[in-house]
Write a protein that binds this ligand. Structure first.
Ligand code: PMV
Length: 364
């Protein structure tokens, strides 16, 4: 519900209401690693969004031209969270140049994460994309001419990026590309785009992603610190070339439906990401002993059965096992019998490609 009146003194609308958005995490196939100021990526990256790993944000807003910006409250799963509140407050303040109404906004934010408690999966992409969608929706509601769907999502992707780089890829279903590249018309460093249907073979739609939770402790080295180490990395230029070459191969694999090439590229990207961490100065290791054991088991399973299940890794010890929906009847028993025992408390999440952000009713 929205209430709105125009302030005679400033011409700004006085408005109040409640907006909700639910947005997913995404898993990168070609990794974004290294950035320039304002989250401009050193290389293009490609990902898809997950179905089960989502964050829902409801924002109650009052725009009062007589009052300054205030994030009045921030709740995560019903609990006050001072650390997140201060990060989100800074983020929203940084958006004022793009959304002048925020200077006079009083906000209450309620966020709910579907991520199993401390599953060790980064929820920041889901959270920042949901926040960005709420801000864009408020802008639309308080009177700016409604943008068409593409422009709306582009703006949401643009401002998600300012919160967490990879969040800009959480706005779309299908395969999503972020970063300027000659390989794709319309690609940009500022926002992500969805690959057209003709560019993605149907065998990759509904791809499965089983997330093997090896360890859910907080990472010892954050992604921000890892990105920063790329500035003086001895292999920085080679990494940029490698990412573009891998992107080219992956685009080709996606278009042709070539699962074997797809698998080669994503495993190379995952191992390269962790090699870059190890060869940073100082170097660091985020994989755990069981990460390596699981990677070996996955490769052995593939050799023995011929079933095309491939791994990728984020900046952490947990494994994303990707395979086509048609192979789930073989892969799920393999996970239960052979892999779950090496996961923390036997924990893994049955996930897969999802439909992208959803706008639930603002009541809940
Ligand atoms: O968006 P950030 O700053 O959390 O960085 C994400 C980096 C990786 O997850 C390792 C790769 C990626 O492309 O998502």
């Amino acid at each position: 519900m929205t209430n709105q009146s125009i302030s005679q003194k400033t011409g700004l609308p006085k408005a109040s209401g409640r907006i909700c958005w639910q947005s997913p995490a995404n898993i990168a196939l070609v990794k974004y690693w290294g950035k320039y100021p304002l989250q401009i990526p050193m290389n293009p990256s490609l990902s898809f969004v997950l179905k089960e790993s989502v964050v829902k944000i409801c924002m109650d807003y009052l725009i009062d031209p007589g009052s300054p910006f205030q994030l009045v409250s921030f709740l995560l799963n019903g609990q006050v969270n001072a650390v997140f509140k201060s990060r989100i407050q800074k983020y929203l303040e940084s958006l004022v140049p793009f959304f002048p109404f925020l200077q006079h906004a009083q906000l209450h934010i309620d966020s709910e994460s579907s991520f199993p408690h401390s599953a060790g999966i980064a929820s920041s992409a889901a959270a920042f994309s949901a926040l960005a969608l709420c801000i864009c929706s408020i802008e639309e509601t308080i009177g700016r001419e409604a943008a068409d769907g593409d422009e709306f999502l582009r703006k949401a992707s643009f401002i998600s990026r300012l919160g967490s780089g990879s969040a800009c890829r959480s706005l779309y279903d299908g395969m999503v590309l972020w970063g300027k590249t000659d390989l794709q018309a319309g690609s940009s460093d500022d926002f992500a785009i969805r690959l057209g249907e003709s560019k993605v073979h149907r065998s990759f739609l509904n791809i499965k992603d089983s997330v093997l939770i090896v360890n859910s402790d907080r990472k010892k080295v954050s992604s921000s610190a890892g990105h920063a180490l790329m500035h003086h990395h001895p292999y920085r230029e080679q990494r940029k070339e490698q990412a573009s070459a891998n992107l080219k191969k992956l685009l080709n694999a996606l278009e042709k439906g070539d699962m074997s090439l797809f698998g080669k590229v994503i495993e190379n990207e995952a191992l390269s990401l962790h090699s870059l961490m190890m060869s940073s100065n100082p170097g660091y290791i985020l994989m755990h002993p069981n990460t390596i054991r699981l990677l070996e088991k996955i490769r052995d399973f593939r050799t023995e059965t011929g079933i095309q299940a491939y791994f990728t890794l984020d900046a952490g010890p947990n494994i994303h096992l990707l395979y086509s929906e048609a192979d789930a009847t073989h892969v799920i028993p393999f996970i239960k019998d052979e892999l779950a025992g090496l996961c923390q408390n036997g924990r893994w999440i049955d996930d897969g490609m999802g439909p992208g952000p959803q706008k639930p009713e603002a009541g809940g």
